[in-house]
Design a protein around this ligand. Structure first.
Ligand code: MEV
Length: 413
């Protein structure tokens, strides 16, 4: 399909109106940009593509992904297609629990203070929930208080954790306000000095799991063995593991960006979680009794569908509508599935035809443009490079020169 056919199809399938699709093809209103950040001089565009074929918990999804890298959207769609005969992706999740940290120092008797803090949980809850009455009305808010005593070279740290259910929000604003709101009470209670009062991005109580099975008849037994070998490599070598997990985050970040979510928080949480017991792959793979391969991923995904850029960025609103997302849990489940799909797709490609073939084919237009082709010329140059099996800037320059020569020759004739 061409661009307008794709837009038309999405409009029909996701029941969008003109107002929903308008932000996809126009520049972000500079006034909106000014609300989002500081010293604004403009905006930068990223492509938004649609990943297809995803069947997640029995529901079909069209998934907007925003990413500058070619082949990621195609790879996710391909892995999702191959997963359909196995029933697609199945997910589960914990409640949206985030942790806020308050760092207390200069406490004379840490053990005694820790006890005192725990005995005042009800009062701490009152102070915390006072900071975000909307969250409390929605059924969220502070649910527990925990205390840790950590030695450091600058003396004992008493670390108070506020355990907060943030429901459909990402939660940073709510949790940070609670930490700052509770800190003076804790200083008074312990005689200590509060230093940091901030959310933890290691949101290991806000986990989502996704699982999918790829049938051996579809992908081949050799490829399954190859994927298991590749997975083993990531398990035993952090140099490989970082790249493996980057492949997972290709998908997760792309959906995060398309929905206006904080991808840096996701990156921080994902890698910290992967490193909790020595740095490990975020997704695991095993062969089942039938010889098919099952991939499963478990990781923190703290995303929101209310507040922040999810509401101010018009494209984010449209993305959520395209997916028909109704809760932060649902969005996190979709993202975990996409992350698993991208990881699987990368491993499958690397152990079979190699990653560069598809990647370079999709990257050919970029290369043509870096060789100086105009937008009109880029498709022809890319096509010729793919035909010749040589996708490089030098080849692009050569082809471009020929195209231009032929054109001026034809003009003269
Ligand atoms: C590239 O963006 C991602 C990969 O490097 C992931 C991987 O190696 O598993 C292909």
């Amino acid at each position: 399909m061409n661009l307008s056919q794709r837009l038309g199809k999405i409009k029909d399938m996701a029941r969008l109106d003109d107002k929903d699709i308008e932000p996809l093809s126009s520049d972000m209103d500079i006034k909106i940009a000014e609300m989002m950040s500081e010293n604004i001089i403009g905006t930068i565009k990223l492509p938004v593509g649609i990943a297809t074929n995803f069947l997640i918990d029995g529901k079909d999804y069209l998934i907007p992904m925003s990413i500058e890298e070619p082949s990621v959207v195609a790879a996710a769609s391909h892995a999702a297609k191959l997963a359909r005969p196995g029933g697609g992706f199945k997910t589960s999740y914990t409640p949206s629990i985030m942790i806020g940290q308050i760092q207390l120092m200069d406490i004379k008797e840490p053990a005694k203070s820790m006890k005192a803090i725990l005995s005042k949980t009800a009062e701490i809850k009152k102070h915390a929930n006072h900071q975000d009455s909307v969250m409390v009305k929605l059924g969220g808010g502070l649910i527990d208080v925990e205390v840790r005593d950590i030695p450091s070279s600058r003396g004992a740290l008493v670390i108070v954790h506020l355990i907060v259910d943030v429901k459909d929000a990402m939660g940073a604003n709510c949790v940070n306000s609670m930490c700052e709101g509770v800190a003076p009470f804790l200083e008074k209670l312990t005689g200590g000095r509060s230093v940091l009062k901030i959310i933890s991005n290691l949101s290991d109580r806000r986990l989502v799991k996704a699982e999918a099975t790829w049938k051996k008849e579809l992908i081949g037994e050799d490829v399954i063995e190859g994927i298991l070998d590749a997975y083993e490599f990531a398990k035993v070598d952090p140099y490989r593991c970082a790249t493996n997990n980057k492949g997972v985050m290709n998908g997760i970040d792309a959906v995060a960006i398309a929905t206006g979510n904080d991808f840096r928080a996701l990156e921080a949480g994902a890698h910290a979680y992967a490193a909790r017991d020595g740095y490990k792959p975020l997704a695991t793979y095993k062969k089942n009794r039938d010889g098919d391969i099952t991939g499963s991923i478990e990781m923190p995904i703290s995303v929101g569908i209310v507040g922040g850029a999810t509401k101010t960025n018009p494209v984010a609103k449209t993305s959520l509508k395209i997916m028909g997302i109704e809760s932060a849990h649902e969005l996190a489940s979709v993202m975990a599935s996409v992350g698993l799909a991208n990881n699987f797709a990368a491993l499958r490609a690397m152990v079979s035809e190699g990653i560069q073939k598809g990647h370079m084919r999709l990257h050919a237009k970029n290369i043509a443009m870096s060789a100086g082709a105009s937008e009109n010329e880029a498709s022809d140059v890319a096509k010729k490079m793919v035909e010749k099996g040589d996708i490089s800037v030098s080849r692009a320059k050569e082809i471009l020169e020929n195209i231009r020569k032929n054109k001026s020759f034809n003009k003269v004739r």
